[in-house]
Design a protein around this ligand. Structure first.
Ligand SMILES: [Zn+2]
Length: 355
C-alpha cells in the first residue's frame, strides 16, 4: 500500500511539474498505519490540491478552491464534493490531533474524482445498458410500480438519447425476458470499447427515497453490500478510476436535475460489478415502495428526464476522460447545451495540461 501511495505521489508530482502548477506540494506523504489500514493526513491532502478552509455546514469540515468544495465529517464515511455525496471505504479518523483519510480512499476515490481528466481509459464507442430483472423476476414490486418495467422503460429511453449523441448501444434486454447476472456481464465482456450501466430501482420502507449509484469496492476493502460470496475475497478490478469517474458523472447529473435525495455513490460487490472487465456502475433510480417516488418513476415524463440525466452523465464521462471527441462539438445536435460542459460538477483542472 505504501508503495502504491508513493507511486501515486510520484505520478501527481510529475503532472504538477509538467503543468507548471503552483500548488504547494508536501515534500512527502506521511503514511500512518492504524489498525492495519494506511492513512494520510488531510492537511497534506488540502495542501496538495491547493485547498483552503471554507465556511460550510456546521456539522462538516469544508475545504476548497475556486468553485469546488470538499467536505466531510470526522468518524464518518460521508465525503462530499460540491455537495454530492460519496461513501468512503473507511471512516475519516482522528489521531494525535490530526484528521486522517485512508490512502486507498485517496487513490481510488478522492483523486480520480478531483482530477477526472487524469483517468486514462481505452476508446469508448459503445454503451451496454442493462435493465435489471425481467421475465419471472419482477425485482421490487409495490402498488405504485414494478421494478422490471421501470428499468426497461428507462433503458429504452436512455438508448434513444445515447444513439442521438453518437454512441452505439447494446441492450442486455430490450423486452420483458429474464437473463442471469452472468449472461448480462458476458454481453459486456464480449463487446469491445464499451462501458456497462446496469439500471435498477429500489425497495425499502414507504419513506425511503432517492437515487444511489454503486461501483465495485476497491481491492482489499470490505463492502456493506455483501450480496454474494465474493465479498470474501475482496477483489477489485482494473477499472477502479473509470468506475468512480463514470459513477460521478451519471450520479451528479441525476441528482442535480431531478432534485432527488442524494443517497450517495457507494461501494458494493454485486455480481454484475465483480466479474466485469469494463468500466461499470449500477444505478438505482428511486424507490418503487415510496408513494410519491414510485408514481414518479413509473411516469413517462420522469423517466424521460432521468434518461436524459444518465445520457448527459455518460457524455460527460466520455468527454472528461477524453476517450472520444465530445459528440456535441462534432454534431452540434446535442441534447445538452455545450455550456454545461464548462460549468458542470467537476471543474476543469487548473494549469495548462492538455490531457
Ligand atoms: Zn433491482
Amino acid at each position: 500500500m505504501r508503495a502504491a501511495l508513493r507511486k501515486l505521489f510520484l505520478i501527481l508530482s510529475l503532472i504538477v511539474a509538467q503543468t507548471g502548477n503552483l500548488y504547494a506540494v508536501p515534500d512527502k506523504w506521511n503514511v500512518y498505519c492504524v489498525h492495519g489500514v494506511d492513512y494520510v493526513c488531510l492537511d497534506d491532502v488540502w495542501r496538495f490540491y491547493g485547498f483552503s478552509k471554507r465556511e460550510g455546514r456546521s456539522d462538516r469540515i469544508s475545504y476548497g478552491a475556486g468553485d469546488r468544495t470538499v467536505s466531510l465529517r470526522p468518524s464518518k464515511q460521508d465525503f462530499y464534493v460540491n455537495d454530492y455525496r460519496y461513501i468512503l471505504s473507511y471512516p475519516v479518523i482522528s489521531e494525535n490531533g490530526m484528521l486522517l483519510i485512508s490512502s486507498i480512499d485517496m487513490s481510488k476515490l478522492v483523486d480520480p474524482v478531483l482530477r477526472p481528466r487524469l483517468t486514462k481509459t481505452g476508446k469508448i464507442t459503445t454503451v451496454v445498458l442493462d435493465p435489471g430483472h425481467g421475465g419471472h423476476d419482477a425485482g421490487a414490486v409495490s402498488r405504485y410500480a414494478r421494478e422490471k418495467d421501470c428499468n426497461l422503460a428507462l433503458g429504452l429511453k436512455v438508448r434513444r438519447k445515447l444513439e442521438a449523441a453518437g454512441f452505439k448501444v447494446v441492450m442486455t434486454r430490450d423486452k420483458d425476458f429474464f437473463l442471469t447476472l452472468g449472461e448480462r456481464v458476458a454481453i459486456a465482456n464480449r463487446t469491445p470499447d464499451c462501458i456497462f450501466v446496469s439500471l435498477h430501482h429500489n425497495s425499502g420502507n414507504s419513506s425511503a427515497s432517492g437515487i444511489e449509484t454503486f461501483t465495485l469496492a476497491p481491492h482489499g476493502t470490505t463492502s456493506p453490500f455483501a450480496r454474494t460470496r465474493r465479498t470474501e475475497d475482496l477483489a477489485g478490478n482494473n477499472q477502479d478510476s473509470e468506475n468512480i469517474a463514470l459513477a460521478t458523472a451519471v450520479h451528479s447529473h441525476s441528482i442535480k436535475k431531478t432534485g432527488a435525495i442524494d443517497r450517495g455513490i457507494q461501494r458494493a460487490r454485486f455480481s454484475v460489478l465483480c466479474t466485469i472487465k469494463r468500466p461499470a456502475i449500477l444505478f438505482e433510480g428511486g424507490f418503487v415502495t415510496n408513494p410519491q417516488e414510485g408514481s414518479k418513476i413509473s411516469s413517462a415524463h420522469y423517466q424521460d428526464m432521468l434518461a436524459q440525466c444518465i445520457c448527459d452523465g455518460i457524455v460527460r464521462y466520455a468527454y472528461n476522460t477524453r476517450t472520444r471527441p465530445s459528440p456535441y462539438r462534432r454534431s452540434g445536435a446535442s441534447s445538452v447545451r455545450a455550456g454545461s460542459l464548462r460549468s458542470g460538477y467537476v471543474p476543469r483542472r487548473r494549469g495548462t495540461s492538455s490531457r
